[in-house]
Design a binder for this molecule. Structure first.
Ligand code: CP3
Length: 355
């Protein structure tokens, strides 16, 4: 077992003392990097990048070669699960993800494949072990999955959606069908994340990107309940360390109290919530990750630095904060601005960790 050289990300998630605030960026490997665009052109398309362990490893490492990040994130996608369940994922340039088949009836549900994670998603585990080998203990590797609700929206709509027309209709008209689908997805996600942990993921994040589209009652019943089932089903010890779990419900700022009680180690926040208020609300129960508006990276480096200073001050002193954007980095951001952001966290945060 290689020794982990930099564990401040894992330590902050467990609220253990650190020398400075750790940082990584959601979507840190992606189209804003010219070297990513080059790798993708070489691989042919996005899914080929994900399904080939050497390509996935190459693009995972790209942001780490440029910036002093404290974690790597597996290069993959949340939609690998619905793909393995037989829906036929494909990407049309400029239009985002699409599925050949959707799940809108009991019959559609009955036809879903129950994937054998080690076989059908074996390429993900292979990418993880390849990346761990390449990282060689430099920083920890984050594994991830979509939340059942977020995955269900893509499976029901057949792709991205603005109004969640079919998913909301199913939720309100045939809640029992929605619950069957969510429960099935929760079981697959548990197996998938446990396989990622066994393959070498050192922390895992559950992306509930569309949790915030739900009403407050529906959020508890149709999203949080299933994330709670997942958290309870994870093997959270590996290689003699705790494997922290991060829940990120985008738009979930008003539900932090209930999110803090499901047993995750940390909550991700988007930029609409104040870290100061969030910290006061959750107390010692969980660490917090976030939460700079990704659009700040369009501004000048001096302005980015000011915003970083404000966010550090909002969280205040002590461990339990992982710096991140409030959502994925946009494709038109200048990589030098991402660098200014990360450098600012590295330079300004030690002050908040002096005894
Ligand atoms: O964070 C990372 O660097 C790891 C890689 C990662 C990707 N997708 C790569 C990707 C992660 C963690 C994801 C998660 C993901 N995928 C989410 C949850 C996070 C979020 O943004 O809320 C969602 C909702 C998806 C589904 C998905 N995949 C969409 C909607 C799209 C199209 C979006 C777009 O920007 O065009 C994808 C494709 C995708 N996944 C790309 C990347 C780098 C762009 C593909 C390309 O054209 O090269």
């Amino acid at each position: 077992m290689t020794k982990l050289e930099n564990d401040r990300f894992l330590r902050a998630l467990l609220k253990q003392p650190v020398d400075r605030t750790p940082i990584w960026m959601m979507r840190q490997a992606g189209r804003y990097l010219p070297e990513y665009r080059e790798s993708r052109a070489k691989a042919g398309d996005f899914l080929s990048l994900c399904k080939n362990a050497d390509f996935a490893c190459e693009v995972t490492m790209q942001p780490l070669e440029r910036f002093p990040l404290d974690a790597a994130i597996l290069f993959s996608d949340i939609l690998t699960i619905p793909d393995a369940m037989g829906l036929g994922l494909y990407f049309e340039t400029g239009e985002g993800p699409k599925f050949k088949r959707t799940v809108r009836s009991q019959q559609d549900f009955d036809q879903l494949i129950i994937p054998k994670v080690e076989d059908d998603l074996g390429y993900v585990m292979k990418a993880i072990s390849t990346i761990r080998h390449e990282l060689n203990g430099k920083v920890p590797l984050i594994g991830f999955s979509g939340s059942p609700w977020t995955l269900a929206t893509y499976m029901i709509e057949g792709g991205s959606s603005k109004d969640f027309r079919h998913s909301k209709a199913m939720l309100y008209d045939t809640p029992e069908l929605m619950h069957q689908l969510l429960d099935r997805l929760a079981d697959v996600v548990i197996e998938y994340l446990n396989a990622q942990i066994a393959a070498g993921a050192q922390a895992v994040q559950i992306f509930d990107s569309w949790g915030g589209a739900l009403s407050h009652r529906a959020y508890q019943e149709f999203s949080l309940k299933y994330m709670s089932k997942i958290v309870a089903g994870l093997n959270r010890q590996a290689e003699g360390r705790t494997v922290p779990v991060i829940l990120f419900s985008k738009g979930g700022g008003q539900w932090l109290q209930s999110m803090a009680s499901v047993g995750a180690d940390a909550l991700g926040l988007d930029w609409t919530t104040s870290l100061r208020d969030a910290r006061a609300l959750v107390g010692d129960r969980v660490a917090l990750q976030g939460n700079m508006d990704p659009s700040v990276l369009y501004a000048k480096p001096e302005r980015i630095r000011e915003e970083v200073a404000c966010i550090l001050e909002e969280y205040g002193r002590g461990s339990g904060h992982v710096f991140n954007l409030g959502h994925g980095i946009h494709q038109f951001v200048d990589p030098d601005h991402a660098k200014a952001f990360i450098d600012a966290v590295v330079e300004l945060s030690p002050h908040y960790h002096l005894d």
